[in-house]
Design a protein around this ligand. Structure first.
Ligand SMILES: *Cc1c(COP(=O)(O)O)cnc(C)c1O
Length: 407
């Protein structure tokens, strides 16, 4: 019998990730155990994916039930779970129509293809410009990574798709200056996640809406990370009092099962006619069954209301740790998408905190080198929050101690 070991990663897998040395094998709620049986509190949530924690009983039930019925048909057939989830999504959002895929990048790829095709159909092929923002993240396909605002993610992959411009985030003047009638779409994250957990300003989101209206461009809201209750509203655009033309959702909607969707108004959706776009697995019955159950639970007002109180508990604990050790400058983001900005003295060291946290038994994320990021389950208990924060404090203490003795 061979024990699966972390060394296999280096032997058999492409070296594009740097996973932790320990291997998680089991999760329940906001706790995870590794091969040695060590327990961790999960503030990372699989990068804002495990919206209901690990092995939520309802999701286990729905997935097991669907697994005995029908796994896959491809889109030559409509399936009950896909129809049900599409109906739910349109009833709960601005949208009238849904296209299913399997990941955030695919959902954004479809969104931008739809916007280009819509402009081509209604205005002509000169209307092809897409406005995106610096530090944005929209995925890793060639089109989405080009829309993303981190140049190093595109390096060496050219030639890249054209007519995509990057403007500074939250800069209305830059937006006004760059807009013209050849813009077919603006793609924006209501809260930049990978880019450092930075919320869009209300006025900025309104300006995008207004300029899109006056130039016949479509507003695409990328809610892959901010959606599905993460900010305390079902979708973050609701906080801004605007409605997009196209929205993408992924990560949290599957609660850990890979599923994504591109949503649009009826008028815009008409540009995706038979044969224009597709996906073999998009709308997979297993994923859609889970997605429906996730939406049922997350759209419950009690779940959404719980986001605010959990954020408050996490933010207070972070500020306390921060003031005791002088490590955190401020806490930002919305709801349970939390960014904890390191003070100048600790700039560039986010990864050290993440690694120390793992050693102390708590999972966190980073968003760049200067920001710790938390995206726990929307259902994390207050006991788990305080236990995780005790462990995080030990981690901070360890990092501070090490660096003192270094210097
Ligand atoms: C994670 C993320 C994506 C990409 O999703 P994948 O499922 O990794 O392709 C796109 N946009 C945003 C805002 C994200 O956070």
């Amino acid at each position: 019998m061979t024990e699966v070991s972390r060394e296999w990663y280096d032997t058999y897998m492409m070296p594009n990730y740097a996973p932790a040395q320990m291997i998680p094998v089991r999760g329940c709620g906001s706790r995870v155990w590794d091969q040695q049986g060590r327990e961790y509190i999960d503030f990372a949530g699989g990068i804002a994916v495990n919206s209901l924690g690990h092995a939520h009983p309802k999701l286990v039930e729905v997935l097991s039930d669907q697994a005995t019925k029908l796994w896959h048909t491809a889109n030559v057939f409509a399936t009950e779970p896909a129809l049900k989830l599409a109906k739910q999504l349109t009833e709960l959002t601005f949208a009238d129509k849904v296209f299913f895929s399997n990941s955030g990048a695919e959902a954004n790829e479809a969104a931008m293809k739809l916007a280009r095709r819509h402009a081509y159909n209604h205005h002509g092929e000169q209307k092809d410009r897409i406005i995106a923002f610096e530090n944005a993240f929209h995925g890793r396909t060639l089109f989405t990574v080009t829309a993303g605002g981190q140049a190093n993610y595109r390096e060496g992959f050219g030639p890249l798709p054209g007519a995509i411009d990057h403007l500074p985030f939250n800069d209305i003047a830059a937006l006004e200056g760059a807009f013209d009638d050849n813009v077919c779409a603006v793609i924006v994250e209501p809260v930049q996640g990978e880019g450092g957990v930075i919320a869009a300003d209300g006025e900025f989101m309104s300006a995008i809406r207004r300029l899109c209206n006056s130039h016949d461009a479509l507003m695409i809201v990328d809610e892959v990370q901010s959606g599905v209750g993460r900010t305390g509203a079902l979708y973050a655009y609701e906080h801004f009092g605007i409605q997009p033309d196209i929205m993408t959702t992924a990560k949290g909607i599957g609660g850990g099962f890979p599923i994504a969707a591109t949503l649009a108004t009826n008028e815009v959706a008409q540009s995706l006619q038979v044969g224009t776009h597709g996906s073999t697995w998009g709308g997979n019955p297993m994923g859609c069954a889970v997605g429906s159950a996730v939406l049922d639970i997350v759209s419950d007002p009690e779940t959404l209301a719980g986001v605010g109180s959990r954020r408050q508990a996490l933010e207070e604990a972070l500020m306390q740790i921060g003031s005791r050790y002088g490590v955190f400058d401020h806490v930002r983001g919305m709801g349970l998408l939390i960014g904890c900005v390191l003070t100048d003295a600790w700039k560039g060291k986010a990864r050290e905190f993440l690694e120390a946290a793992q050693s102390e038994g708590v999972f966190i994320l980073v968003a760049g080198a200067n920001v710790l990021r938390l995206a726990p389950s929307l259902l994390i208990s207050f006991d788990e929050i305080s236990l995780g924060m005790q462990r995080l404090e030990k981690a901070v203490q360890a990092v501070c101690g090490t660096n003192e003795s270094d210097s």
